[in-house]
Design a protein around this ligand. Structure first.
Ligand SMILES: [Zn+2]
Ligand SMILES: [Zn+2]
Length: 227
């Protein structure tokens, strides 16, 4: 499958609409289809991506399944509210590759009970966690270069600037933005809750860890037989 291009976008019809979650999620078979932009599967969590950016255009040809990260390229205000990505200057990696790379690095950290947001260094420095940590640090280290070019690394500020462009300038935004990418931060705050670890497990095809339920009722002792 050839992946579709993923330019950073902003469209009036998509701006400030909602946070994230069910209303954006695909239904039926599309919810299990691979992301058309990076190939990720998401265990029924794929979202509806409007190819022309117009979120009022629900023609089937305008809709594609996207993972929650790729969909953020069209919802920079949502990304800012979730604090889920920062802007970084990365000419050597495509946006889809950044998402693929960070996803596997975050998963390696999550598997080692380490912090995907890099606030707390991993307690156990295995080869996998050290490699994941270094890769994420290197990608996030390019945030400064985005700031130097755009005076911000906030996706919401960039989205607002894209909305203010004339239609001609907007069409040429790939040239304006050059190699500005979204780099995931390892969190996705929705209504105060970080949903990112759950998403990571869905991407990895893992089941949710079971929440500790009520203790099982004690089985009644078998009546003693009279000897
Ligand atoms: Zn994707
Ligand atoms: Zn959308």
């Amino acid at each position: 499958m050839r992946y579709l291009p993923l330019p950073l976008s902003a469209h009036r019809s998509a701006w400030g609409v909602e946070t994230a979650g069910v209303e954006r999620q695909c239904r039926g078979a599309a919810a299990d289809a691979p992301c058309r932009f990076c190939g990720a599967f998401a265990a029924g969590r794929q979202e509806v991506f409007h190819l022309d950016g117009d979120h009022m255009n629900h023609a089937p040809a305008n809709l594609a399944a996207a993972c929650s990260l790729c969909h953020l390229a069209q919802h920079l205000d949502v990304a800012a509210r979730q604090r889920s990505v920062v802007l970084a200057w990365l000419p050597e990696v495509s946006q889809a590759a950044v998402f693929m790379l960070t996803r596997s690095a975050h998963l390696a950290l999550l598997d080692a009970d380490a912090d995907p947001t890099l606030q707390v260094p991993p307690a156990r420095g295995t080869d996998a966690t050290v490699a994941a940590w270094r890769a994420l640090k290197a990608l996030l280290g390019r945030e400064e270069q985005a700031k130097a070019r755009l005076k911000t690394s906030d996706p919401g500020v960039l989205g607002a600037a894209l909305l203010a462009l004339t239609s001609g300038a907007y069409r040429g935004r790939a040239n304006l933005l050059g190699s500005i990418r979204l780099v995931p931060t390892g969190r996705m705050l929705v209504s105060g809750e970080d949903i990112y670890p759950r998403l990571l497990r869905a991407w990895a095809g893992r089941a949710e860890p079971k929440a500790p339920g009520p203790l099982p009722a004690p089985t009644p002792a078998a009546p003693r037989r009279a000897a």
